[in-house]
Write a protein that binds this ligand. Structure first.
Ligand SMILES: Nc1nc2c(ncn2[C@@H]2O[C@H](COP(=O)(O)OP(=O)(O)OP(=O)(O)O)[C@@H](O)[C@H]2O)c(=O)[nH]1
Ligand SMILES: [Mg+2]
Length: 399
């Protein structure tokens, strides 16, 4: 799939954003919001429904911070997950020397900003306004290099978490025990146990045992990083229980084993039914998306190269040699449903397709509710702005 970085329009009227730009800019950390997009899709008949981005453009996006010591792998994670950089290429990444912000607005449920920090940020530097940064943060991912001595990383983790918690107790703290590709299975478990124990002991010693840390074993050389990121992002989606519920109803009525709702560009799954996720199943789904998009890029585009590799017609069926069928269908411009179905259940494809149709409609309704909330919030802030008197005391003219 083409990954053309393109600037999103600046979010006008978003006072919090404006304030941030200014402060971060002054501190000399930011390099502006670089963004990536899915590439433009053709406008089809129900494109107005499928293109969910616009109504949310003024919504404040939850922020995900990537922090950790130098060379722990922060930028590599961002590049591999959101820019399809191959893991080997990350060897040539330069050290980050200022905060890099990126908008991820490729799906209506997955709208957030990622802030990649330089290692060793100095909380005592007066130009670093950490209070402002933590205030608007949804998740703080702290990356620890598991192949290195992690004592210094643990001290830094403690400092970062305690500072962040003081400013904003609602932040989700996500600890990536990273680069585990270099460890044996036993060593992985032992490292996770040790880091978990030490980090929580440090918090308990400081009387902060109420802070909850979540731990993930990750590596950019396999799918673990996508899975961990999926879980981080899912926690920021308020509609997650509704999506899970819809998926549960869908699979139980269609004889499906497992279903994932995927963001096609990043291969993050934003929801799945409540049966446990098995890593191999997830990997197969990721591979299927890659195959579909690759084939579609080669054979699906028009002769003049226009069109998109993923659209309303996108669907694929792959029969595996273990009597399982993988079934992919487009849900929105950015989302795909990937299902695992037994061969005998797939004989009732008509039923699955009908239920899928109902599922898609239900998703549409969830979006519509969300759109209404966003619109009414927009309207309220607009009314309040106009109520404020002008500097010379005359009432504001309606716009
Ligand atoms: N083995 C292994 N190496 C990794 C992994 N992730 C990143 N690396 C390597 O770690 C090195 C540092 O990666 P960066 O992404 O630049 O680290 P960073 O945390 O952004 O570093 P700063 O910008 O200096 O703070 C690179 O050589 C990567 O190839 C991983 O999962 N496994
Ligand atoms: Mg970096």
């Amino acid at each position: 799939m083409s990954q053309v970085p393109r600037k999103l329009p600046q979010e006008e009227g978003d006072e919090e954003e404006e304030e941030e730009e200014e402060i971060v800019g002054l501190a000399g950390y930011a390099d502006g919001a670089e963004s990536f997009s899915d590439g433009d899709a053709e406008s089809g008949g129900d494109e107005a429904f499928l293109d969910f981005n616009d109504p949310f453009s003024t919504e404040v996006k939850p922020r995900i911070l990537l922090m950790g010591l130098r060379r722990s792998g922060k930028s590599s994670i961002q590049k591999v997950v959101f820019h399809k950089m191959s893991p080997n290429e990350t060897l040539f990444l330069e050290s980050t020397n200022k905060i890099c912000r990126e908008d991820v607005s490729n799906s209506s449920f997955v709208n957030f900003q990622i802030w990649d920090f330089p290692g060793q940020i100095d909380f005592f530097d007066p130009t670093f306004d950490y209070e402002m940064i933590f205030r608007g943060t949804g998740a703080l991912i702290f990356v620890i290099d598991s192949q290195d001595d992690y004592m210094e990383a643990l001290a830094r983790l403690h400092l970062t978490v305690t500072r962040a918690y003081k400013v904003n107790p609602d932040i989700n703290f996500e600890i990536f025990i990273h680069k585990v590709d270099g460890l044996s299975d036993d060593h992985k478990i032992e490292t996770q146990r040790d880091i978990h124990q030490r980090a929580n002991d440090d918090l308990a010693d400081a009387g902060l045992e109420k802070i909850h840390l979540s731990f993930y074993l990750t590596s950019i050389y396999d799918h673990s990083i996508f899975e961990a990121f999926s879980k981080v992002v899912q926690k920021l989606i308020p509609q997650l229980p509704t999506l899970e519920n819809l998926l549960n109803i869908f699979i139980s009525n269609s004889g499906i084993e497992k279903a994932f709702l995927f963001d096609v560009v990043s291969k993050i799954y934003i929801a799945t039914d409540s049966t446990p996720v098995d890593m191999q199943t997830y990997e197969l789904c990721c591979d299927m998306i890659d195959v579909v998009i690759d084939i579609s890029c080669i054979y699906g585009l028009k002769d003049d190269g226009t069109g998109t590799p993923y659209d309303k017609e996108s669907m694929a069926i792959i029969k595996l040699n273990n009597t399982t069928v993988l079934y992919l269908k487009e849900v929105t411009k950015f989302l795909a449903l990937v299902c695992f179905v037994r061969e005998e259940s797939f004989e009732r494809k008509g039923l699955i397709d009908y239920n899928f149709h109902c599922f898609r409609k239900a998703i549409q309704e969830v979006f519509e509710v969300r759109m209404k909330v966003v619109r009414s919030r927009k309207h309220q802030s607009h009314v309040q702005k106009n109520k404020r008197p002008t500097p010379n005391g005359t009432p504001r003219m309606p716009l």
